[in-house]
Design a protein around this ligand. Structure first.
Ligand SMILES: Cc1cc2nc3c(=O)[nH]c(=O)nc-3n(C[C@H](O)[C@H](O)[C@H](O)COP(=O)(O)O)c2cc1C
Length: 161
């Protein structure tokens, strides 16, 4: 099997967003982003030069679920794989539902070398799912909250225009 190939071209052309960070978890500047691929830049609207010295917390905002990101930290500390989703925000401020896996990568055990995340914008899928839930129950609190987050953003944009 050939192991020498242009892995950067492969990473840059994956359909999912990829983010690699260092393995520090404590402190406002941690973890530090080391690499994001082209799909990640497209999904978030940031330029490559804008992520230097940033942490993935740059994606968080008002409706980000603290219990989800708290569980990510706990999973990483327990050496487990995290999978979850919550509201994140593009550079423009637009909210979107980020669904992601996050786990440690080891070049030598037991200490992890990097944390890596496979990230996907699932807002469209969630919109369909929530619409169906509202059809079944117009008072579905979670679905109503979902659309209020998107509506709040749209109303804010109209005001600014
Ligand atoms: C590789 C990696 C990717 C992450 N990606 C995201 C993300 O896409 N969205 C998000 O809200 N938090 C993400 N986080 C979580 C935050 O960086 C942070 O760990 C989390 O908010 C918990 O820490 P805190 O309680 O100090 O904020 C990611 C963390 C790591 C290590």
């Amino acid at each position: 099997m050939q192991l020498k190939f242009d892995w950067l071209i492969v990473l840059e052309n994956l359909r999912r967003g990829i983010m690699v960070t260092d393995t520090t978890l404590e402190g406002p500047k941690s973890p530090r982003i080391i690499y994001v691929n082209a799909a990640w830049l497209k999904m978030t609207g940031y330029g490559r030069d804008e992520i230097a010295n940033q942490t993935p917390r740059m994606l968080q905002g008002k409706h980000t679920d603290r219990s989800v990101v708290g569980s990510l930290k706990q999973k990483l500390l327990n050496r487990e794989v995290f999978h979850g989703q919550t509201w994140n925000y593009r550079k423009s401020g637009e909210p979107f539902v980020m669904n992601w896996y996050c786990y440690a990568i080891y070049s030598e055990r037991p200490k992890p070398t990097y944390y890596v995340a496979e990230q996907e914008d699932v807002t469209e899928l969630e919109t369909l799912r929530m619409k169906q839930r509202l059809l079944a129950n117009p008072n579905d609190a979670e679905a109503l909250q979902f659309f209020s987050v998107l509506d709040e953003w749209k109303a804010g944009r109209k005001k600014a225009a």
